[in-house]
Design a protein around this ligand. Sequence first.
Ligand SMILES: Cc1ncc(C[n+]2csc(CCOP(=O)(O)OP(=O)(O)O)c2C)c(N)n1
Ligand SMILES: [Mg+2]
Length: 370
Amino acid sequence: MIDSSPQLVQLLAIDGERKPRGDFDPWVEDLDGTALLALYRDMVVVRRIDTEATALQRQGELGLWPPLLGQEAAQVGSARALRSDDFIFPSYRENAVAYCRGVNLIDIVKVWRGNAQSGWDPYAVNMATPAIIIGAQTLHATGWALGAQRDDVDSVAITYFGDGATSQGDVNEAMVFAASFQAPVVFFCQNNQWAISEPVGVQAHRNIADRAPGFDIPSLRIDGNDVIAVMAATRMALDRARTGGGPTFIEAVTYRMGPHTTADDPTRYRDPAELAEWKTRDPVLRLHRLLNSLGQITPEVEAATAALADAAAAELRAGCIGMPDPEPLSVFDHVYATSNATLERQRTDYAGYLRSFATEHDSAEQNRKA
Ligand SMILES: Cc1ncc(C[n+]2csc(CCOP(=O)(O)OP(=O)(O)O)c2C)c(N)n1
Ligand SMILES: [Mg+2]
């Protein structure tokens, strides 16, 4: 299951050794100890946020949560390669990307608590809100990229999706359009080995990265648990797009260490030996090993990083639990820019339905106020 074929680009070995590679190294030569430590900090914090959100769901404070455990390097390495004017079109799992983009932690969980239909203003951070419809966001990204091309700006669209999404028509259609018009878009596929309970080998008898050249889109197959390789490949792809070279497809080979979502139980379909094997490739541990060998890990650094992660978790928890409940009828407010008769009828019906739960006390209160 674990791939170590020569095309898999790896710049950071499992034991934390930096592996030189002439074609990729120039893209990450600025990554000194301080920069690597910043990436490490991000990865520790997003893992902590993810763990806290999972706990909040287990405690009934969130309806659902899609964990990113194991995919920290793929998300942080790519997100930190972007410019602020690049636009991100994510799936539901890119919560580390949202964190790197500066999305408020509360806004990240709002939608999973059922408090809002959408978490944040996409234009404030140049990142769309999560797409649950598998692969739909790849079309949005390609359309946005075509717009950037016509506006003659050098901003790039990046879209995140999973291995399973590559079987979806939308993703293939997006690649056809991106290739035809040389759209400045990066297709970033996190191959986490599973599409819920479906292993990647069922839908892809060859590497997923092999598909893109069929659309005339160059592709890179990288170790997605290696934050340095991820950053190098993403910078390379962004640069190509920015300079008129068109789209690039990146397959980041990683592993979903947790369940698909908190509603899933992977022990029913996954061999525990597979998880144990991937734990040895843990992206956070690997970077920690490199930093340790560079002398960057001191007790002070460890304590400061843990404090940062704890503070983020505390902020998330307090914000989540303290969120005011939305007014139930507000669900109708943003369906259309201007309302219509059908929607108004639904609103009236729903208001009546809600009134049917009113207690005698509520009725007495209403009568008193009336
Ligand atoms: C169009 C569509 N079909 C099916 C689903 C149900 N569904 C939700 S997640 C998922 C699997 C996606 O797997 P993958 O693309 O590998 O992403 P991952 O969840 O592993 O990150 C499916 C089939 C959906 N949300 N949208
Ligand atoms: Mg997957």
